[in-house]
Design a protein around this ligand. Structure first.
Ligand code: NIG
Ligand code: FE
Length: 385
């Protein structure tokens, strides 16, 4: 059964290189068996079994959120409030969520994640990654990743989030790269480390990532959020798919990233929620670095599921153009996951979003307004009347 979506005022297509966006006005999209059959001008559209009139709305590829921490219990609004009046963000707050997560049942963790995924869909996110990292013992890391793997193919083992209470640092590093890694391996595709001040240093992160790689996982890294402790050269050396946060970068870091396959994943809502300065996205973009934008949804540093909010900040505060930001939240996210998606070329899975707006610029031009009127995954409507 094929469907023709007509009446599209503006159809956004994404190319393979950073910021490559093509806008077709007065367009149509045809979908057959969950895949894109045609994306182009209305004039040349093929006949289909059914027709849906989108009445002048905009169509963009579904957002790909390459960084989220959806398996947790509890909330930390008090910590947020105290940051807004001057207390700095510290990695140690993670331990509060660890306590609540360990105490929660599988059913509670699954229900909370599903609620957040419904919010993702409403925000136009059609593919997403989920990390563990609030268990920090074998049992809860395994439970977290089992649940995550029911919800997405993009699962990440983040046993190295912080050193939990009641264990020596060196013993914990040994556990993360030994027994815990073995136990979570069947449920994780990626391995990640929070390599930063107050979490893990570069030598520890390198050992942990190398153990993960030896076990068949692929590396990615939380780096340079709180301070620059020298994580970037190591991440590039290990061919991490992405370095995430990257709030504090040196000129040497940017040069190393621009000649690499490592994507820089900007997490604008994390700087917003921790009251930190924003990284210079425009400088990164003009240095030839490939950028992604992700929500970093978690209860500590970035409790949002809104990709539009993240795009608006990236445009307003990081200096990206609306086109660069849209590319980063679609193709960029897919590249950060070394996955397909984020595009609407013929043959691509038909993951797309209908915006009640005349163009994609409205995403940041109308911040805080729900413009998503429908979200489709593989041609099936998951949000919208
Ligand atoms: O990506 N930076 C490390 N991890 C999360 C925050 C975790 C927390 O504060 O609970 C992040 O921002
Ligand atoms: Fe994170």
């Amino acid at each position: 059964m094929s469907t023709l979506y007509k009446g599209i005022s503006s159809l956004v297509l994404t190319g393979e290189s950073f910021g490559d966006i093509r806008v077709i006005e007065d367009a149509a999209l045809a979908v057959d068996e969950g895949k894109v059959k045609y994306a182009g001008s209305a004039e040349a559209a093929p006949a289909c079994d059914e027709v849906v009139d989108l009445k002048g709305q905009t169509v963009i590829p579904g957002f790909v959120d390459s960084h989220s921490h959806l398996i947790f219990a509890g909330e930390r609004s008090e910590e947020f409030a105290s940051r807004m009046t001057g207390k700095p963000y510290a990695a140690g707050g993670i331990r509060n969520t660890v306590k609540a997560t360990r105490a929660a049942s599988d059913e509670e963790l699954r229900a909370n994640a599903k609620k957040l995924i419904a919010e993702f869909h409403a925000s136009g996110i059609t593919q997403f990654e989920i990390k563990s990292g609030y268990g920090l013992d074998i049992e809860t890391e395994v439970r977290s990743l089992k649940i995550a793997s029911e919800l997405t193919p993009h699962t990440t083992y983040l046993g190295a989030h912080v050193v939990p209470e009641g264990i020596q640092r060196s013993d914990y590093v040994a556990l993360v790269k030994g027994e815990m890694l073995e136990a979570v391996k069947p449920y994780a595709k990626w391995i990640d480390v929070f390599c930063d001040q107050g979490a893990f240093d570069v030598a520890e992160a390198k050992q942990i990532l190398q153990a993960g790689i030896a076990a068949g996982l692929k590396p990615r890294l939380h780096a340079n959020q709180i301070a620059n402790i020298g994580a970037i050269p190591m991440a590039v050396e290990l061919d991490c798919a992405s370095v995430d946060h990257a709030t504090h970068l040196s000129a040497e870091d940017i040069a190393a990233l621009s000649g690499s396959n490592t994507v820089v994943t900007l997490l604008p809502a994390a700087e917003f929620s921790t009251k930190s300065s924003y990284p210079d996205g425009r400088r990164l973009a003009s240095s030839g670095v490939t950028l992604a934008i992700a929500t970093d949804c978690n209860p500590g540093s970035s409790y949002t599921t809104s990709m539009s909010f993240c795009i608006a900040i990236a445009v307003r505060e990081m200096g990206l153009s609306p086109e660069q930001a849209l590319w980063a939240a679609t193709k960029g996210g897919a590249k950060a996951l070394r996955s397909s998606g984020g595009g609407l070329e013929v043959g691509d899975q038909a993951d797309f979003v209908v915006l009640d707006a005349p163009s994609h610029v409205f995403i940041s031009y109308r911040p805080g307004v729900q413009l998503v009127s429908a979200t489709y995954i593989a041609g099936k409507k998951v949000v919208g009347a």
